[in-house]
Ligand binder design. Structure first.
Ligand code: NAD
Ligand code: ZN
Length: 457
């Protein structure tokens, strides 16, 4: 049995915080040339090998490969929280973040009104057949708009749609089959493109269907929740739940592009918006202290759905995720740090029943527990604990698990967590100044027990 003290195989993986230029650079270029929209790209300097904390271990992979990979990371984006401009101009500013995965690299377009730019979507459609996967809530709101964007000026495209029932509980095999039924009944071929129109549930299911149908067809993500825009649509994790655990069946499968029209957030319920903000806060905590500070100052603007604040938060979240995914696509280490709070959070989601709490709500309570444990281990000071509580309260997110959660429920769920290896549960914990975390199984079990008892009845 591995013990906490002899777990050299599970030594801490420390994530380097993303370094941002303090000012946007001036390399302004028009993109894409075919559209009237102005995309402003600002190159953010790649991480250099010396940028991480001095005492950190390397982030997986041989040095040369890792260094080469890092130097090619190009995250391009616009500075959107900039001096006030006339509203008409500011609304036209959009941004593009690139996910660098060699031959599977793809752009994330972020901006308001992007669904009114047919060219953006059409350039990424392969073949002439498209299958839009959406649900009963989103279809009446955005399906026509997306069909128009796909077909406008392009009569050769034929579009099929499958409208699934809405809800996390439908992220399962039976519902997935409906996508395959439609694809097979309408004789879609290998050159078809699947389009996910919806939140994380639709994105995960459609992506998995695209990965499996005929052993893989192209797909495009059009995320319509903040959760999906800042997290689930980026990085290629697709899949469905099993009654015994979340996301246990799936595949890594990257999209052709992600198109984020921030206008879709205008119809999103407040609670769903807050759930997405949970993941935004996560990026600040694990690797981007400057972003966390920005959130502390701008939470009211995010909650009020200020378009510039939203675009900025989505952009910066996507940059962080894109960089982590570029460095560790298949989650050999660094990518696991994106799961801060998720081990506790998944336990809440399973223990409480899928759909009772939203994913971001469960993650928020989970982050508080991970932060509490980090503090008990002596790895962070109490100012971080206070700031985390305060920002989550500002975002109107839960800061403790629901009453039904017992220590036993947490332990039962944690035993089947994907981060258990050889019987040892590895966790993402904060360590050092704000914006630093570790993924490790090397911690005092007493701290975990104390945290569980402190948060459960
Ligand atoms: N693949 C990944 O890397 C990853 C990362 C994070 C989360 N996830 C998964 O994502 C899922 C959660 O995603 P979610 O929070 O987007 O939930 P969701 O997909 O269930 O969407 C939330 C609700 O909002 C509705 N909705 C979506 N867009 C809307 C809009 N624009 N206006 C009005 N209503 C709208 C949906 O119909 C649904 O009722 C979970 O299954 C989680 O496991 C995956
Ligand atoms: Zn999550």
């Amino acid at each position: 049995m591995a013990s906490s003290s002899s777990s050299s195989a599970y030594s801490a993986i420390r994530t380097p915080p993303l370094r941002f230029a303090s000012k946007p650079s001036s390399d302004l270029s028009l993109f894409p040339s075919q559209t009237s929209r102005l995309f402003r790209r600002t190159r953010i300097p790649s991480l250099r090998s010396g940028d991480g904390p001095k005492n950190s271990s390397r982030i997986g992979g041989p040095i040369t490969r890792s260094d080469r990979h890092r130097s090619r990371i190009s995250v391009k984006s616009a500075q959107v929280m900039e001096p006030p401009m006339p509203r008409e101009t500011s609304e036209r500013v959009s941004t593009v973040v690139e996910v660098d995965l060699k031959d599977r690299s793809y752009p994330i377009y972020i901006g308001s009104g992007l669904l009114e730019e047919p060219d953006l979507l059409q350039r990424h459609v392969h073949g002439k057949r498209v299958l839009i996967v959406t649900n009963t809530t989103i279809a009446p709101l955005y399906l026509d708009k997306v069909i128009h964007a796909l077909t406008h000026g392009n009569p050769n495209i034929s579009v099929e749609t499958v409208i699934l029932p809405d809800g996390e509980k439908y992220k399962e095999m039976g519902t997935l089959m409906k996508v395959f039924d439609k694809a097979i009944e309408t004789r879609l071929d290998r050159r078809s493109t699947f389009v996910a129109l919806g939140g994380g549930v639709i994105g995960d299911m459609c992506g998995f269907a695209a990965a499996a149908f005929l052993r893989g067809v192209n797909f495009i993500q059009i995320p319509t929740t903040l959760m999906a825009q800042v997290d689930s649509s980026v990085g290629g994790k697709t899949g469905i739940n099993h009654p015994l655990g979340k996301n246990l069946i799936g595949a890594f499968f990257q999209p052709q592009c992600v198109l984020i029209d921030t206008d879709t957030l205008n119809t999103l319920p407040d609670r769903e918006l807050a759930s997405g903000i949970g993941e935004v806060i996560k990026y600040g905590l694990i690797r981007d202290a400057e972003f966390f500070e920005w959130q502390e100052k701008n939470m009211h603007a995010l909650l009020a759905r200020d378009p510039s604040a939203l675009v900025y938060a989505i952009k910066r979240s996507c940059e962080n995720k894109a960089e982590v995914v570029s460095l560790d696509e298949k989650e050999s280490g660094l990518r696991a740090t994106l799961n801060l709070g998720h081990t506790f959070g998944h336990a809440i989601e399973t223990g409480f029943g899928y759909g009772q709490w939203l994913h971001g709500e469960a993650v928020a309570a989970g982050m508080v527990m991970a932060v509490d444990m980090s503090y008990r281990l002596g790895w962070i000071d109490d100012s971080i604990v206070k700031r985390v509580l305060s920002i989550l309260q500002q975002a109107k997110l839960p800061t403790a698990p629901p009453d039904v959660m017992t220590v036993e429920k947490f332990k039962a769920s944690m035993a089947v967590d994907k981060k258990v290896a050889d019987g040892l549960l590895r966790l993402i914990l904060l360590k050092g100044p704000l914006g630093n975390c570790v993924f490790t199984g090397d911690y005092d079990r007493k701290a975990l027990d104390e945290t569980l008892h402190a948060f459960c009845k």
